[in-house]
Design a protein around this ligand. Structure first.
Ligand code: KG4
Ligand code: ZN
Length: 372
């Protein structure tokens, strides 16, 4: 089964070709209505392209929705021709048609995300589906991040890495992105319950806002991480919001406000490299303390056998080190391969496929506030 997937929820235009073998049912048939009880699905990434718009949005300090839409509309036909190996301008119609013979499904992100940006991808996918008479299914961007732990290596996941799904479940999943901070308890690959989320800012958003306070360019996460490397994480005692609350919810807006207060009350702090590094390191330490504490309680109280950490912030090395130290010996800890932490279309193919196999799908219409 070959899937063409499209991702345009924010400021990355992603397109991917992903292959997989649908699981067989008890009668040996293949198709909708199957589950993954016998083992986790494996994917072969035939091709994946991502065009980042960060340079375009940087002067504005964040993503401008209509600019993002325009860029997606410009990028999609270019990436589409490139991934199919077609000449840049036009032509090779016969080749294009032949390539479509091998594609079984088109998947596109329907939310959550910026509505104009989402529509750019959906409209493009709809046109292809109509032209080549292929089924089109929507995908939930957050499920894409969740399932990106299945994307461990460049190409195929070996069976030995994921023997039987039962051994991994119950599991806890932590999604840390620019728009979300979510904790899930997973019964299996297809069934979960959201047990906690942020009540205000997402952790990636806090990184981006702190970066702005320190005069660092957008997107701020990687910049704050880099700066924090030379700082002292214990230099400033920033608050750890909700760390002792007996629930799995988060709050990062107060932490960001404390950073702002520190910068305002220490004139020149946002210009002095040493002070900035201490602020970045102390902020990161506070954010990680909260993530570790809440995730630790969730894994203990749910009896989790595995922990899946995903989303843009999961690329952060300090976070990976800390999680390995805290959880590496207690549960099976999985991060996506680094190239699949940030937004991409491979994870969208995976999410759409896992829904499709269960006989479920999202309709292809933008849902900016779609949740899990
Ligand atoms: O998952 P993602 O690409 O997009 C969303 O779905 O939101 O995540 C983007 C977020 C941004 O807030 C960005 O600053 C953050 O991930 N991020 C990082 C790092 N790289 C990206 N945060 C901390 N450390 C990083 N190295
Ligand atoms: Zn994302």
């Amino acid at each position: 089964m070959k899937i063409l997937a499209i991702e345009t929820s924010c400021d990355e235009t992603g397109i991917a070709l992903v292959e997989t073998n649908p699981p067989a049912g008890p009668d040996g048939t293949v198709g909708a209505g199957r589950t993954f009880r016998g083992g986790l699905p494996r994917f072969k990434i035939a091709a994946s392209l991502v065009a980042s718009q960060t340079k375009i949005h940087r002067p504005f300090g964040g993503v401008v929705p209509n600019l993002a839409k325009r860029e997606h509309e410009k990028n999609l036909p270019i990436l589409y021709r490139r991934i199919f190996g077609l000449p840049a301008q036009a032509g090779a119609l016969a080749k294009e048609k032949k390539l479509w013979n091998s594609i079984n499904l088109i998947a596109v992100t329907v939310g959550p995300g910026l509505e104009p940006a989402l529509w750019a991808g959906i409209t493009f996918a709809e046109e292809l589906a109509k032209k080549y008479k292929k089924p089109l299914v929507g995908a939930n961007h957050l499920e894409g991040h969740l399932y990106s732990f299945l994307l461990q290596k460049k190409t195929v996941i070996s069976n030995s890495q994921f023997p039987i799904s039962k051994k991994l479940f119950p599991a806890v999943a932590l999604i840390v992105s620019g728009g979300h901070t979510i904790l899930l308890k997973m019964r299996n690959l297809c069934e979960w319950k959201k047990i906690g989320e942020t009540r205000d800012d997402a952790v990636g958003e806090a990184y981006d806002k702190v970066a702005r306070l320190l005069n660092l360019p957008y997107p701020g996460g990687p910049e704050v991480e880099k700066l924090a490397r030379s700082g002292n994480p214990r230099a400033i005692d920033f608050p750890r919001p909700m760390i002792y609350h007996k629930n799995y919810d988060f709050s990062f807006s107060g932490l960001k406000t404390s950073v702002r207060y520190y910068v305002v009350t220490h004139p020149g702090a946002d210009k002095d490299t040493k002070v900035k590094a201490d602020i970045a390191a102390s902020f990161q330490e506070a954010a990680l303390d909260v993530l570790v504490k809440k995730t630790g309680r969730a894994t203990e109280e749910t009896g989790a056998k595995a922990l899946f950490v995903s989303g843009g912030v999961s690329i952060n090395n300090a976070l990976r080190r800390r999680f390995k130290k805290e959880f590496g010996k207690k549960v099976q800890l999985y991060f996506p391969s680094r190239k699949f932490c940030n937004d991409n279309a491979v994870m969208i193919a995976v999410a759409a496929y896992i829904k499709f196999i269960q006989g479920k799908k999202y309709r292809p219409a933008a849902q900016a506030n779609l949740n899990m």
